[in-house]
Every structure is written in structure tokens, then in C-alpha cells.
Design a protein around this ligand. Structure first.
Ligand code: BDR
Ligand code: CA
Length: 305
């Protein structure tokens, strides 16, 4: 059983990561922290609570950072809509609400109380993790591992060379990549290979269940936004980090040193990698077994209300 803290900027593909973690028997969600990213913090908190309530998950939800460490905030509403989760309509919540405790403090507390037990999955800007590592550097050695969606080693999706999560907080990403923690990275080069076809989405539409219906509405919007931007089928970035935890052997990866450009200019937020000869540095995903990934989504949604 993988015990995880999910750090999200919910987000349409973050919602899929939440559904996957919520519905798979191999995963236990210990806490979720919502951070600013795709949209502002108030909206990402609301979206996160709505998805977890839909999935019937009563885990604690905390607020993370409301802005990047240094740079001005950037958002990704073009892909996720004005709310960050355009599409589904949610009933009023009955049990999920945000906790009082600060999300960064909660992360530190949980990792310290459970040494080498907790995997952190970060699928938004890395601000919360960087703040946690600054406040309590032992988080790097006390967490089991950190699985991150971010970076690109070819072209970017927000500038020519930068991927959104690293571009949204390059200074935080640089800090996390050099922290010495056990890191696994799913960059765009891997995640853009996994897309949702119209036929698969139509098939989800034929199935019953509230979570499947919310998932399908999210994916309708995600599909429409990709189409509007002439970018083909929507890309399943964030859920790949959760899938990895179920069976790492389904992912082809290489150990690298990862560097983030923090010099303001055209390559701000760009990531570069140098393969390392031994098992050290960041394990960078190159490919995932795509049919297997979709079996996980099927299973998770079938397990949820
Ligand atoms: C990443 O950026 C966000 O818009 C997505 O949720 C994902 O985490 C992809 O570059
Ligand atoms: Ca995200």
C-alpha cells in the first residue's frame, strides 16, 4: 500500500490524478494539499474539495502556497477554464472542508511522524515542497520518495522551452531537484504521449456512476480546450504520477541530473538533464505502458461512487 500526500493545483488533469488515487486499492491518500497554479488558490481548494467529495474520500485537505516563491503568478486557464475545473456541476458538499492547519506544516508533520513511509506526489508548481524543505530540510530524507509532474526536455507547453509547472515556479523547482530527496519525474516528453481519444471518452460516457460522470464532464472541457488551441487530443499529465506508484515496472526511465533555468529571459523555467552513470539523481520517466494506464483509470472509476 502506497501512503501518499498529493499536492495539486486542481486543474482538469489534476482531477484525474485525484480520482485515480481515490479509486485504486493500492493507494492510501493521507492528505491533499491544494496550491496555486492552474488558477488561484481559492479556486484550486474549491476544485479539490469538490473532486474528493464526489469520490467519497474523507482525507484531510489543506491550503498550500497562494503564490510562487519569487516570480509573478502565471495561470493556465486556457486549458482548464476560468474556474480551473470548467465542465462538471457539483452538488453542495456535505463533508469535505478545508482544514485550518497550514498545508506546508501538515506535510512536515506527516512526513516526520511517518519516517520513510510517505510518498509525496506533486502535480502542480513545486512551491509547497520548496517551502517545506526550507523550513524542515529533513523532509528530503524522511519522505519515501517524491513523484513529480513537471519539466520538459524537448519543447515546452507554456513557452517554447518551459513546461507549465516548472515555469510557474522555477526557483521552487530548482530547490526541489537539488534537495537530495529520492525523486521521480514525469516530464512532458512522457506525459504528452498519453492522450484521451474521442472514442474512449464516448465509452466513459456510457458508464454509470457520479465520479465517472464528473470525470467525463471534465474531459469534455479538456478535449474542447485542446481542440480550440489546435493541440490534438488532451494530454493526461498528472495521473501518470499516481499510476507509477501502482507498478513502477510499467514505466521506462533513466537516472539523470536535472537542472532548472532560473535566469529570467526566454529560457526561464526550462529544464535540462544529464544522464548519470549510476542510480542517483532524478529518475526521469520516458515512456509508460499506455493500455495498462487506461486499465487503472477504468478500475479506479469503477470502484468510486
Ligand atoms: C501541467 O500543467 C498543468 O496545467 C497541468 O495540470 C499539469 O500539471 C502540465 O504541463
Ligand atoms: Ca497540475
Amino acid at each position: 500500500m502506497e501512503r501518499i500526500i498529493l499536492d495539486v493545483d486542481t486543474g482538469l488533469d489534476d482531477a484525474v490524478a485525484l480520482f485515480l488515487a481515490a479509486g485504486l486499492e493500492e493507494i492510501s491518500i493521507e492528505a491533499v494539499i491544494a496550491t496555486a497554479g492552474n488558477v488561484g488558490l481559492v479556486k484550486t481548494v474549491e476544485n479539490t474539495l469538490n473532486i474528493l467529495e464526489t469520490a467519497g474520500i474523507r482525507c484531510p485537505v489543506y491550503k498550500g502556497a497562494d503564490k510562487p516563491l519569487v516570480r509573478k503568478p502565471v495561470e493556465a486557464g486556457d486549458f482548464h477554464g476560468e474556474s480551473g475545473l470548467d465542465g462538471p456541476v457539483f452538488a453542495p458538499r456535505t463533508f469535505q472542508k478545508v482544514r485550518e492547519e497550514d498545508g506546508i506544516e501538515a506535510l512536515i508533520r506527516l512526513v516526520k511522524a511517518n519516517p520513510h513511509q510517505i510518498t509525496i506526489v506533486s502535480v502542480g508548481p513545486l512551491t509547497d515542497l520548496a517551502l517545506a524543505l526550507s523550513r524542515e530540510p529533513s523532509v528530503a530524507s524522511l519522505c519515501k520518495q517524491i513523484v513529480i509532474m513537471g519539466g520538459s526536455f524537448s519543447r515546452g507547453n507554456v513557452t517554447e522551452s518551459a513546461e507549465f509547472n516548472t515555469y510557474a515556479d522555477p526557483e521552487a523547482a530548482a530547490q526541489v531537484f537539488s534537495s537530495g530527496a529520492k525523486l521521480v519525474l514525469f516530464p512532458l516528453d512522457c506525459t504528452r504521449l498519453v492522450t484521451l481519444s474521442p472514442a474512449r471518452l464516448a465509452d466513459f460516457r456510457t458508464r454509470s456512476g457520479l465520479s465517472t460522470s464528473v470525470f467525463s464532464s471534465c474531459m469534455d472541457t479538456y478535449t474542447a480546450n485542446y481542440t480550440k488551441r489546435g493541440q490534438g487530443e488532451p494530454q493526461m499529465h498528472d495521473p501518470l504520477c499516481v499510476a507509477y506508484l501502482v507498478d513502477p515496472s510499467k514505466v521506462e526511465a533513466e537516472y539523470c541530473t536535472v537542472y532548472v533555468d532560473t535566469c529570467e529571459g526566454p529560457t526561464y523555467g526550462k529544464t535540462t538533464k544529464t544522464p548519470t552513470s549510476s542510480e542517483g539523481g532524478v529518475l526521469v520517466a520516458k515512456r509508460i505502458d499506455i493500455p495498462w494506464f487506461w486499465t487503472l483509470v477504468d478500475r479506479a472509476l469503477a470502484n468510486l461512487p
